[in-house]
Write a protein that binds this ligand. Structure first.
Ligand code: HEC
Length: 172
């Protein structure tokens, strides 16, 4: 070992450090409210859906204010993903994987939207806003009616057009 390396090795071994107080460096317990803010997983069968609800009629204004700048009016034609339409079959190379053409479950649409959107402010939607905006996107795709209330009971029952295009894997 070169002298330089020896000195470096000794410096590491001898350095007084925080390791002495917390030798395993396992971190600290996460407060319950921080866990709760992240613990929002909704499974395809609807487990994890919170209390609350909303309709497409309510979701329209939320969508226009918080989503349309990226996803376009009525879910098409802006810079971010197309959310609406299923005219072009998925087998066509020019297709867009929209909610109507691709998503197998309405429940995971709710989860994704609440968790990740709007992309510039993820996690900012209330539960009712997330239900309402999901209802609106489902209505634009012709899957539910404008006045249908989407909530923990109704969302799992929504039959998505491409449901059978996926093989189901049951999450335990
Ligand atoms: C700042 C721009 C921006 C805003 C605002 C925004 N989105 Fe998005 N959204 C994106 C981008 C970019 C993606 C693609 C993300 C990716 O593929 O990882 C996306 C993806 C999505 C998807 C998944 C599309 C798919 O089929 O893969 C949904 C659903 C969605 N957004 C809904 C919403 C809703 C609802 C809102 C409003 C509450 C919203 N977004 C606001 C930029 C935005």
């Amino acid at each position: 070992m070169s002298m330089r390396r020896l000195v470096l090795a000794l410096a590491v071994v001898l350095a007084p450090s925080a390791y002495a107080a917390d030798p395993l460096r396992l971190g600290k317990p996460v407060p319950a409210d921080v866990v709760a803010a992240w613990d929002t997983t909704v499974f395809p069968d609807g487990r994890g859906l919170p209390q609350g609800g909303g309709t497409a009629e309510q979701g329209r204004a939320i969508y226009d204010a918080k989503c349309s700048n990226c996803h376009g009016p009525e879910g098409r034609g802006e810079t971010a993903e197309e959310l609406v339409g299923r005219e072009i079959p998925l087998t066509d190379p020019d297709t867009a994987q929209t909610i109507g053409s691709f998503w197998p479950y309405a429940t995971t649409l709710f989860d994704y939207t609440r968790r990740a959107m709007p992309m510039d402010k993820p996690g900012s939607l209330s539960v009712d806003e997330a239900y309402a905006v999901a209802a609106y996107l489902l209505q634009l795709n012709g899957v539910v009616a404008p006045g249908d209330v989407m909530n923990a009971q109704s969302l799992p029952k929504v039959q998505m057009p491409n449901r059978d295009g996926f093989k189901r894997i049951d999450a335990k």
